[in-house]
Design a protein around this ligand. Structure first.
Ligand code: NDP
Length: 323
């Protein structure tokens, strides 16, 4: 009855994405990214996908007329973008609009990890201040630390700018040295870990970074070492981290991301020197709305015949909808 492009929404999505897709396109929703839930006629009609879930090669191949996958989130390790590119399917993500929010969260997580503010608040709320006296002095502090950032991209740089203002020296590891910053580059992650006592991990997930932060890297931080992880859980060897935290080989860790979300290992939950957040780094209404708008605006640009606004690097050459 109308000629609006059909956009599939598999799994959970931000409500603003759903509202706008329903208003501006013909929306088809799926409980999960399982093509078995769709008949062939519906699969033929799908021209776009808006998602924040796993989109693998088989799922992509089950839509013969698919043109674009708009991923909610800057990290798109859940989408097989290389396979999509090979099929001529555009993939977009949501860079920049969340960088400041995620950097703010990272600084908060770092301070909470070092100065134990969540535990101090719990102490007050439990009536222990009045009953037992002041909260114990924290062993750890941000003062005097040397910061290492693994991944000095959009978010890593926003974190670096903040911690530079806190008066701390900044080191980093990326594959390519940046020529636009004065921070100290290390060619290897091990070299970075040896040079710093505070390692902030904000690289993308995927095979290239899987378990990169292992026991050797953690040991290189030293017994006052602190790990902060806000990129992807897959980058951290969680068993090695649990070992290092429980044996005191590093001092503490603050984590927003985990290998098997939303399942967090009980051993991690039981550790007093782990500060844990449920993947909330970008999770304010305003930032999530900006991400939602970028998802739908990418779809809008594409189906209007304009270039995608924020193509992922694997798909940048696809530029715009053919014809
Ligand atoms: P960018 O692409 O701007 O930055 C990625 C950085 O990582 C670059 O400096 C890149 O440099 C470096 N990098 C990539 N691969 C490697 C590698 N194998 N070894 C060393 N360095 C590497 O991404 P953003 O800063 O925008 O986002 C980073 C990640 O943060 C996202 O992919 C996402 O997974 C995560 N994230 C988590 C959020 C949360 O809620 N916790 C919210 C938002 C993002 P080079 O290419 O030179 O190596």
């Amino acid at each position: 009855s109308n000629d609006k492009p059909v956009i599939l929404i598999p799994g959970r999505i931000n409500p603003r994405v759903r509202e706008r897709v329903e208003a501006e396109f013909e929306a088809v929703s799926l409980e999960t990214a399982d093509t078995g839930l769709l008949d062939a006629a519906t699969r033929d009609k799908v021209h776009g996908i808006a998602s924040m879930t796993t989109i693998d090669a088989g799922f992509i191949d089950s839509f013969p007329n698919l043109e674009i996958i708009a991923n909610f989130g800057v990290g798109y390790d859940a989408v097989d973008a290389r396979h999509a590119a090979g099929r001529g399917v555009m993939v977009t993500n949501t860079p920049d609009v969340l960088s400041d929010e995620v950097a703010d969260t990272t600084v908060g997580l770092l301070l909470n990890t070092l100065r134990e503010f969540p535990k101090a608040e719990a102490y007050l709320r439990a009536g222990r201040w009045a009953a037992e006296g002041g909260y114990p002095l924290t062993r750890l502090t941000l003062r005097g630390r040397t910061i290492g950032i693994f991944g000095l991209g959009r978010i890593g740089l926003a974190i670096a700018r903040r911690l530079e203002a806190f008066g701390l020296p900044i080191h980093y590891h990326t594959r390519n040295r940046r020529d636009d910053v004065g921070y100290t580059w290390h060619e290897t992650l091990a070299g970075l870990a040896r040079a710093v006592d505070t390692l902030i991990v904000v690289v993308p997930g995927g095979a290239a970074t899987a378990n990169a932060v292992n026991a050797d890297i953690l040991d290189a931080l030293g017994t006052d070492g602190v790990l902060i992880s806000v990129g992807r859980g897959s980058t951290i060897d969680e068993l090695a981290l649990i070992g290092a935290l429980s044996e005191g080989r590093i001092a503490a860790a603050g984590l927003d991301v985990f290998a098997d979300e939303p399942n967090v290992p009980q051993a991690l939950i039981d550790l007093p020197n782990a500060c844990l957040l449920p993947h909330v780094a970008s999770a304010s209404v305003s930032t999530r709305n900006a991400m939602a708008d970028l998802v739908v605006d990418n779809l809008g640009a594409w189906f209007a015949g304009r270039p995608a606004i924020t193509p992922v690097p694997e798909c940048a050459h696809l530029d715009r909808k053919p014809g």
